[in-house]
Design a protein around this ligand. Sequence first.
Ligand SMILES: NC(=O)c1ccc[n+]([C@@H]2O[C@H](COP(=O)([O-])OP(=O)(O)OC[C@H]3O[C@@H](n4cnc5c(N)ncnc54)[C@H](O)[C@@H]3O)[C@@H](O)[C@H]2O)c1
Length: 322
Amino acid sequence: MKVLITGVAGFIGFSLAHEFLKKNKKFEIYGLDNFDNYYSVNLKKKRISELTKFKKFKFFNLDITNRKKINNFFKKKKFYMIFHFAAQAGVRYTRFYPKKYIFTNIFGLINILDACLQSPPKIFVYASSSSIYGDQKTFPVKESKKHSPKNIYATTKILNESIAEFYSRYFNIKLIGLRFFTVYGEWGRPDMFLLKMLKCFYTKKVFYLNNLGNHLRDFTYIGDVTKIIRRLVTINFRYDKHKIFNLCSSKPISLKTIINFIIKRYGQINIKKIKRDNLDVLKTHGNNSSITQITKYKKFMNIELGIQNTFEWYRKYKIYKY
Ligand SMILES: NC(=O)c1ccc[n+]([C@@H]2O[C@H](COP(=O)([O-])OP(=O)(O)OC[C@H]3O[C@@H](n4cnc5c(N)ncnc54)[C@H](O)[C@@H]3O)[C@@H](O)[C@H]2O)c1
């Protein structure tokens, strides 16, 4: 059974590919990525080198915005499932490269959807984001909550959901959108809080802490994310043609609480507190009952253990060098 994962050199795409290769021996994983240079290309290549250890993994260096090449790639391939995780992620980068978000996140999704329509997969899963909720007043937020985007990244994710809705209505394709909430853990993203802080810890550089560390984030461990996705796509649950889920632990925690834990456990970090960035959301806290009921997944990783695992991985692979 052929399974396509776009953005396979990225954090979540890589982690899901790894989980499938270890646990679903029937799956042949086709991984697609263009090694975009938003963050360390060497780290992305290192992730791919981990995946190529498996016989059932094939890598394709392709840009999802290149419609012609994407169409050629899909010719004569029938994918059983497609996971579309390739995207321009990150919030603060929207300030400098707004167009890149439109090209990658909007045209990229349309190209992949159009290309697979000849032979639609059983399930098409795409990545959305908690950022579509923006600043809310009541928590935890349910999937039905009104959108309130604070940046272009969030806007592209809302548009992704609308595009998915149209394709599910007008074409013969079933879609699942996953609104990820601050995913962290081994093989994580160096542009995100935890890995940025680990780098400063190991290189003894100053860590700039936004909003005095008062942001609250619904940190969700990568191991929980990949297990939940595996369950979701391997059980037969009934849904209309398009279903959207929050994917989160539903346990928000402030950045300063995490920092205090790290200092206590591992030692001092040189911190400089800076004011809030107006592109950032103050708090994320999702209601995960919809996805946990369907998958019967209840045992989320304890945050301290998740951080310890990330620390150990970071040290073992000397990620500060990437
Ligand atoms: N990690 C999180 O906490 C989080 C939270 C919310 C939403 N998401 C979403 O989940 C998805 C995966 O996120 P991630 O954390 O793994 O991000 P990531 O940046 O690590 O992975 C994205 C991958 O897409 C690839 N890519 C970018 N442009 C491409 C193009 N034009 N053609 C082909 N490949 C391209 C990149 O090279 C990268 O490897 C993204 O859609 C992201 O917006 C992630």
